[in-house]
Design a protein around this ligand. Structure first.
Ligand code: GRG
Length: 299
C-alpha cells in the first residue's frame, strides 16, 4: 500500500467542505452560465489555493467549518482567471485540466459571462462566510479588501496585463518577477493570509502567512513555466510549448532550465523561513508539505 502524506490526508479531510461551499456558490447561477461555470469548477483542478486557505486557518488556530466559504472564494477567483485566460482574445487555449476549455464547449459569450459571474460569487461567498460566523464579521472588510487587491489591477489582473504586453519582448529578470508576483503570487499570498484572518490571528501571523504565500506563489509560477517546457501534456492537461509559441516571458526563457529550477528552490526556501514565525503550530506541516508538492513537480 502507498503511504499517504499528511497533505493528502489533510486534503481528504478538508476537500468535502471546500467542494460543498463551491457547489453552493455556483448553484445560484441560472443556465446556460451555470453549466459553463460548473464545467470549469469541476474540471479537476488541484485545489491548491483553497487547501492553503484551510491549512493557514488551522495553522493559525482556527477550528470548525466557517473557513470553507472563504477558501471557496479564492478558488472561484482562480477559476474565473483560468476561464478568461483561455478565451480567444487572451491565450485562445482549447484544453485545460485535460478537458476542452469552457468556451470550446459553451461558446465564447457564455464562457465570458461564467467567468464574470464567478468573480461576484467569490465576494458573495466571502460575505456569507462571515454572516454564518458572527465572530469573524469584524474582519470581513479587511478580507474583502485583501481579496480585491490580490485579484485586481494591483495583483492578478495587472500581472496578466503586463504579461500580455510583454509577449514578444525580452523582459529582464526583475520585470519577469514583477509579472509573476502580480499574476500568480498575489492570489496565493491572499489565499494564505485570508486563512489567518478568518482564524482571527494576530497581524504578525497573517503577515508571515502572506509572505509564505508570495514566495510559494513565485515558486509555483516558475514551476508552471518549467512544466510548459519540460512537462508531459498527459500529466499537465495542457499543450506543451504554448508559452514559447507565443514568445511569452518565462523563467526558462530568461534564466535557462537549470537557472529556473534554482530560482524555484530559492523561492521555496524563503517561504520556508517565513513559516518559522508560526513555530510548530499544528497545520504548519501541511504548509511545508505544500511547498514540496509544488517544487517536486519539476523533478
Ligand atoms: C483582463 C488583463 C485581464 C485579466 C483578467 C485572465 C486573468 C484576469 C488572469 C490570468 C491569471 C493567470 C492565468 C494566472 C496563472 C496562474 C497559474 C499558474 C495557474 C495554474 O494554476 P493551477 O496549477 O491550476 O493551480 P489548477 O488547474 O490545478 O487549478
Amino acid at each position: 500500500m502507498t503511504a499517504v502524506s499528511a497533505r493528502e490526508a489533510f486534503a481528504d479531510e478538508e476537500l468535502p467542505g471546500i467542494e460543498a461551499a463551491i457547489e453552493r456558490a455556483v448553484g445560484r447561477l441560472g443556465e446556460p452560465i451555470r453549466a459553463a461555470a460548473f464545467h470549469a469548477m469541476r474540471a479537476g483542478g488541484k485545489r491548491v489555493r483553497p487547501l492553503l486557505t484551510v491549512a493557514a486557518f488551522r495553522a493559525a488556530g482556527g477550528t470548525g467549518d466557517g473557513v470553507y466559504p472563504v477558501a471557496a472564494a479564492v478558488e472561484l477567483i482562480h477559476t474565473y482567471s483560468l476561464l478568461h485566460d483561455d478565451l480567444p482574445c487572451m491565450d485562445d487555449d482549447s484544453m485545460r485540466r485535460g478537458i476542452p476549455t469552457a468556451h470550446r464547449v459553451y461558446g465564447e459569450r457564455v464562457a465570458l459571462a461564467a467567468g464574470a459571474a464567478l468573480q461576484h460569487l467569490a465576494f458573495l461567498s466571502l460575505a456569507e462566510a462571515t454572516a454564518e460566523e458572527p465572530d469573524s464579521f469584524d474582519v470581513l472588510p479587511a478580507m474583502a479588501r485583501r481579496l480585491a487587491i490580490a485579484a485586481g489591477p494591483e495583483g492578478m489582473v495587472g500581472g496578466q496585463f503586463l504579461d500580455l504586453v510583454a509577449e514578444g519582448t525580452a523582459p529582464d529578470a526583475a520585470g519577469l518577477e514583477a509579472i509573476h508576483r502580480a499574476k500568480t503570487a498575489a492570489l496565493l499570498s491572499a489565499a494564505c493570509a485570508l486563512g489567518g484572518e478568518a482564524a482571527g490571528a494576530e497581524p504578525e501571523i497573517v503577515d508571515a502567512l502572506a509572505e509564505y504565500g508570495t514566495h510559494l506563489g513565485l515558486a509555483f509560477q516558475i514551476v508552471d513555466d518549467l512544466l510548459d517546457v519540460t512537462g508531459d501534456p498527459s500529466r499537465t492537461g495542457k499543450t506543451s510549448g504554448a508559452d514559447a509559441a507565443r514568445a511569452k516571458a518565462t523563467y526558462p526563457a530568461v534564466h535557462g532550465i537549470e537557472g529556473a529550477r534554482g530560482q524555484a528552490e530559492a523561492a521555496a526556501g524563503v517561504a520556508r523561513v517565513a513559516l518559522t514565525a508560526l513555530a510548530d503550530r499544528a497545520g504548519v506541516e501541511i504548509l511545508l508539505e505544500t511547498l514540496d508538492f509544488v517544487v517536486d513537480r519539476i523533478h
